[in-house]
Design a protein around this ligand. Sequence first.
Ligand code: NAP
Ligand code: MN
Length: 267
Amino acid sequence: MSKKIFIFANESDSSKYTERQLKKKLDKTGYTVIPEYSEGADLMVCIGGDGTFLEAMHRFNFPSMPIIGINTGHLGMFQEIAPSMLDDFIFNYSQEKYALQKLSTVSMKVKTAEGVKEYLGLNEVLIKANATYSVHLNISIGGNFIERFSGDGVLIATPAGSTAYNYSLGGSIVDPRLEVLQVTPIAPMNTTAYRSFTSSILLPSDLSLQIVPDMHDRERAIKIVYDGYSVQYDDVEEIEVGFSDVSVNLMRFENYDFWRKVKSKFL
Ligand code: NAP
Ligand code: MN
């Protein structure tokens, strides 16, 4: 039976054009391009930038099949090939000349009186004030109280997400072969009134973070953000953040190297 391939593309002209070209080439090679997403697909192709890639991961609930990204003119850290490389891609795929890069997600469990709701981030999750007030967050690591954070918020990034918002905040770039979570403060206050860590901290994958928003805040509403999607809460009891078992597998070809990619996109 021929392999089933699902293509997800954003609405840009170049993405739609690339999608048509790819479909034609895959049909000719004998692959079956399926019109609707299915968990039974053998491969998912994602055409666009990192934003499109993240959208696909959330829309299809972090698929387990291999995924290949085609970058149509954005930053494209997740995206492996350019639209000019469709033939090389099809050849390498049919010859099984590829490796799979496993990218883990970070989980955020938000507990309210109504129950617990879980959010996953491939890049990051973050907690911040809903308005322009500062937030005060009581942070424990592995059950030990560490600090009462005061500032705009905290961001917890995966290694894959370390080059995104985390990097803009002064966080470190982390090689995705490392299983760590990076906790980065967003505008921490450091005065005689408030004291918080000012640098990022790194946690091993088996430690989790408990966050209790301060009850005495005049504005208790906080915002939970995961990969750019946000939800507002005004009654959070506790938040638990940790490594999640959910991961995705990106197809990478012979010349992929994380640090070369970072250099080409950042320096
Ligand atoms: P966006 O606001 O349109 O994108 C922000 C930029 O981040 C885009 O250039 C995007 O790449 C890039 N990006 C996404 N994931 C990345 C990664 N893992 N490594 C390096 N760069 C990455 O929103 P979006 O495209 O939907 O992406 C959502 C992400 O934006 C969030 O997860 C967050 O990390 C990031 N963000 C950054 C800031 C900041 O740096 N101040 C603020 C808010 C959000 P493409 O151009 O390829 O889409
Ligand atoms: Mn974007």
